[in-house]
Design a binder for this molecule. Structure first.
Ligand code: BGC
Length: 408
């Protein structure tokens, strides 16, 4: 099947996971505190901060026409109100490199990490952060907006809720009382309840702040230039066992619909999907016996992406971009098989008239997978941890070729 003209074929990364040395961010701090929940520190990551020219050139030579990456707030505004022109210039060079290679940049303005000073002022639990985030976005738009094509404000606004619903994160109380949160607060010389980092923020306090931040940021970006603006949402394919439909619907309303409905005011919605979640009357159920798992410990379920696109499109009623979908595995043929199955789901959605504008594989490089460190391998490109040398996997060549041919 031919894909629509102009369909975006890309790969995605996030600043903290690939750049290296993101020392003014809350994540860097949390990687180093007493009682840290990170398996290892991010360190130099993939040194993409310096090596982006070769990485973008490689992406283009493979046949891709788009690159999703993030701008790091902790670099652009390392201390409150101190905006770094040098860092803005760095991202300007990155954007220019994309345009030189006819790669459409899809830029995310917040991908999980915030400056340490933001985290120490209550982070996303504090209403003030919506204003601070919008101010940062205004600065970015002013300096870089002319080179933007598509902008995602905040990556996975609903992350905290999804992680708690699936049982991955502990309760709000456990987060507030955790050793690492107290240790980080000590470093920043604030009370423990003042330190809050995006992936672990107390959901009851943060949901409306995040939605307000998105609304204000989108307004600032739209008034500075005419790029397409949206948010990205983490979507599990929530599947009810017979009798648990109401439980599933309540979970979907809380973790997806509120955000998808807010996206009705946007130019698109970024769908990010990795697996399904079975739901019983008592809540989340483990995978069925015999299920296949990825290196992340969750079920391999490529059909989830099609279901997520359909649901996002039905509720948000705006164009869809699959801003992330991927698999952590050392078995590269399995990756190709996974993406092939995901893409047939995308094709089925297109046939049914759903406006899907692009597919971004997560991730371009084997990178820093947050709490899991460098263990899981999501990349199309392998990175030697000693030398930083890049090595193409078969999947990179296969997906690049698919993109160049614009068909599956
Ligand atoms: C995040 C990425 C992460 C990926 C794989 C997504 O939820 O946006 O930063 O690496 O999942 O776990």
């Amino acid at each position: 099947m031919k894909f629509p003209r102009g369909f975006l074929w890309g790969a995605a990364t996030a600043a903290h996971q690939v750049e290296g040395g993101n020392i003014n961010s809350d994540a860097w701090l949390l990687e180093h505190v007493d009682g840290t929940v990170y398996a290892e520190p991010s360190g130099d990551a993939c040194d993409h901060y310096h090596r982006y020219p070769e990485d973008i050139a490689l992406l283009a030579s493979l046949g891709f026409n788009a690159y999703r990456f993030s701008i790091e707030w902790a670099r652009v505004e390392p201390e409150e109100g101190e905006f770094s022109l040098a860092q803005l210039e760095h991202y300007r060079r990155m954007l220019a490199a994309c345009h030189e290679h006819t790669i459409k940049p899809v830029v995310t303005l917040h991908h999980f990490t915030s400056p340490r000073w933001v985290a120490a002022r209550g982070g996303w639990e504090s209403a003030e952060t919506a204003r601070l985030f919008a101010r940062y976005c205004e600065h970015v738009a002013e300096y870089l907006g002319d080179l933007f094509a598509i902008v995602c404000t905040i990556n996975e606004l609903n992350l905290g809720i999804v992680l708690q619903q699936s049982g991955f994160l502990h309760s709000d109380d456990a987060i507030v009382g955790s050793r690492w949160r107290r240790a980080a607060a000590r470093v920043m010389a604030v009370e423990p309840e003042m330190f809050s980092s995006f992936p672990f923020c107390v959901r009851a306090r943060s949901r409306d702040v995040l939605l307000e931040a998105h609304r204000r940021a989108a307004q600032a970006l739209r008034s500075a230039n005419n790029c397409a603006v949206g948010m990205t949402v983490a979507m599990l394919d929530l599947q009810a066992v017979p009798g648990a439909e109401d439980v599933r619907d309540r979970a979907a309303a809380e973790s997806q619909d509120i955000f998808l409905q807010a996206a009705r005011a946007d130019d698109f919605i970024g769908v990010q999907c990795y697996t399904r979640q079975r739901i019983g009357v008592g809540g989340p159920l483990p995978p069925e016996p015999g299920a296949e798992y990825t290196q992340m410990g969750y079920e391999l379920w490529p059909d989830a992406v099609e279901a997520a696109i359909r649901r996002a499109s039905a509720v948000a009623r705006v164009p869809i971009i699959v801003t992330e979908s991927g698999i952590a595995t050392d078995d590269d043929p399995r990756r190709i098989d996974y993406v092939q199955r995901v893409l047939s789901g995308v094709a089925q959605c297109l046939r049914d008239g759903i406006d899907v504008r692009g597919y971004f594989y997560w991730s371009l490089l084997d990178n820093f997978e947050w709490l899991f460190g460098y263990g899981p391998k999501f990349g199309l490109i392998e990175v030697d941890r000693q030398t930083q040398r890049r090595k193409l996997k078969m999947s990179a060549e296969w997906l690049g070729r698919t993109g160049r041919n614009n068909e599956i």
